[in-house]
Ligand binder design. Structure first.
Ligand code: ATP
Ligand code: MG
Length: 446
């Protein structure tokens, strides 16, 4: 979307700290903006307030991408916003945000935030993390409180100008993600900013500036202080938003996997089982492709893959100790989910499905009698079968079983019986691997 070089755009009479970029340069058209957010800005401005479009929506438009949503920032206080819009709701504790309904849209409207040292409205804990932050400020204050310069561009639909207080427009042109202010301080205030930096690298294909990248590996452990439920949300934005494969690579590169998935991280680093990484990559590729095709995805499948290295390792251990195969897998799965809740809190409605996907891995091995038919009836059959295919593709298990199930699904009744017969004759891996039975007592032996 950038049409002209910076030097031609700059008006030397404009204060360097308040760059106003005219429409002829930034090229944003109102037809690219959501009607609801334009309406909200108009209403706020008519009521005498300052109001702008800001954040990811403006950033994505300037990059020529289709924005996910548009946020509005204003100098109206939350209560004042609510007075202008009857259909609005106050949400958020850490930051107060107003959700305004406009037709089918719900737009986030936030009051400009400022920073006030020693104010009782802003509190940090021992590691410098902000736990409360409701100090209001001017649009300039609001800009410097944002995370990256490219996310602090303000568009005023009335003047058609983009306001830039932090050099974000130039950074976007240079394809650079730059944290606002001192990187160490900003990451300590909110360690999730490190994940956000990586998310934008994966999603937008831009580069981190040196000072933005440098502290990440060092400060990554601070993510341990972030609530496990917030991390669940962030992981989905990282890995289940269409750019999972690229983003995962960046997480590994910056050592951010460790605070999120410590065991998976350890097993990947150990490198003994190259198929672990292959399986996660394949799952992410699968998810990216499905999203690109407009298909649905579930966090359960993603987590089944992300935790698989730990499950698989434990499953093998338990089996080696002589425990029954299916039970070993169930125990390994339960232990893994339990252990990981302290880092990333996966809601129960998903962990139930994650367990089922894993449990299906041994169910799918059983191909005698009516077993295949009841497995086929399992509500998670599809996800379990897809997961089996991933395991084959990653090289963890030899191919064959997946293809058998592919055929079985489309086979008619008599073909199915023949397939079961044939599977029985070929002595499936599962029965060969069964642990030895306890020797029977002599008296019962015939
Ligand atoms: P996306 O396109 O993925 O929604 P986004 O930049 O819009 O990206 P949001 O989480 O919607 O991300 O946040 C909206 C804006 O709020 C950001 O652009 C940024 O200006 C600001 N922001 C969000 N999270 C933080 C944070 N942790 N610290 C500082 N500013 C933040
Ligand atoms: Mg957004």
């Amino acid at each position: 979307m950038f049409s002209l070089f910076k030097s031609q755009r700059r008006d030397p009479s404009i204060d360097i700290f308040r760059d106003a970029i005219a429409q002829e340069y930034h090229g944003i058209e109102h037809r690219d903006l959501s009607p609801g957010s334009l309406r909200i800005i108009e209403d706020l401005q008519r009521a005498g307030f300052e109001a702008y479009l800001v954040g990811g929506g403006i950033r994505d438009l300037l990059l020529g991408k289709h924005p996910k949503d548009f946020d509005v920032a204003t100098n109206a206080k939350p209560q004042e916003i609510q007075r202008v819009f009857r259909k609005s709701r106050l949400i958020g504790r850490r930051f107060q945000i107003v959700h305004v309904r406009m037709g089918a849209e719900v737009i986030e409207v936030t009051t400009f935030r400022g920073s006030a040292q020693n104010s009782n409205l802003q509190q940090a804990n021992a590691s410098g993390m902000l736990v409360r932050d409701n100090v209001f400020g001017t649009v300039e204050d609001d800009a410097v409180r944002r995370d990256f310069t490219m996310n602090a561009l303000y568009y005023n639909p009335k003047t058609h100008e983009v306001l830039d207080f932090v050099g974000g427009y130039d950074d976007l042109e240079d394809q650079v993600i730059r944290i606002i202010g001192d990187a160490d301080t900003r990451y300590r205030e909110d360690p999730v900013r490190m994940l956000r930096a990586i998310r934008f690298v994966g999603k937008l294909g831009l580069n981190l500036s040196e000072e933005t990248a440098e502290p990440i590996r060092r400060l990554a452990p601070l993510l341990r202080d972030v609530s496990a439920s917030r991390l669940f949300d962030e992981v989905l934005k990282l890995l289940q938003a269409g750019y999972g494969r690229a983003t995962f690579k960046e997480l590994v590169k910056y050592d951010l996997l460790k605070p999120l998935f410590p065991q998976t991280d350890a097993l990947l680093k150990e490198g003994d089982d190259p198929h672990y990484e292959a399986l996660i990559q394949a799952a992410l590729t699968n998810t990216d492709t499905r999203l690109a095709e407009g298909k649905s995805v579930t966090p359960a499948f993603l987590y089944a893959a992300l935790y698989w290295p730990q499950v698989h390792r434990r499953w093998q251990e338990l089996e080696a100790e002589g425990h029954e195969r299916s039970n070993s897998l169930i125990i390994a799965g339960a232990e893994t989910l339990d252990f990981n809740q302290q880092f990333v809190a996966v809601p129960k409605r998903f962990t139930t499905t994650v367990r089922e996907i894993w449990e299906l891995q041994t169910k799918l091995e059983k191909r005698h009698g009516r077993r295949p038919d009841s497995t086929l009836e399992h509500p998670r059959f599809r996800a379990g079968y897809d997961f089996l295919l991933l395991r084959e593709r990653s090289g963890e298990i030899a191919p064959g079983l997946g293809e058998w199930w592919t055929q079985y699904q489309i086979a008619d009744e008599s073909q199915r019986r023949a397939m079961i017969q044939a599977a029985g004759n070929e002595a499936p891996e599962a029965s060969r691997r069964k642990p030895k039975r306890r020797p029977r007592r002599h008296g019962n032996a015939h």
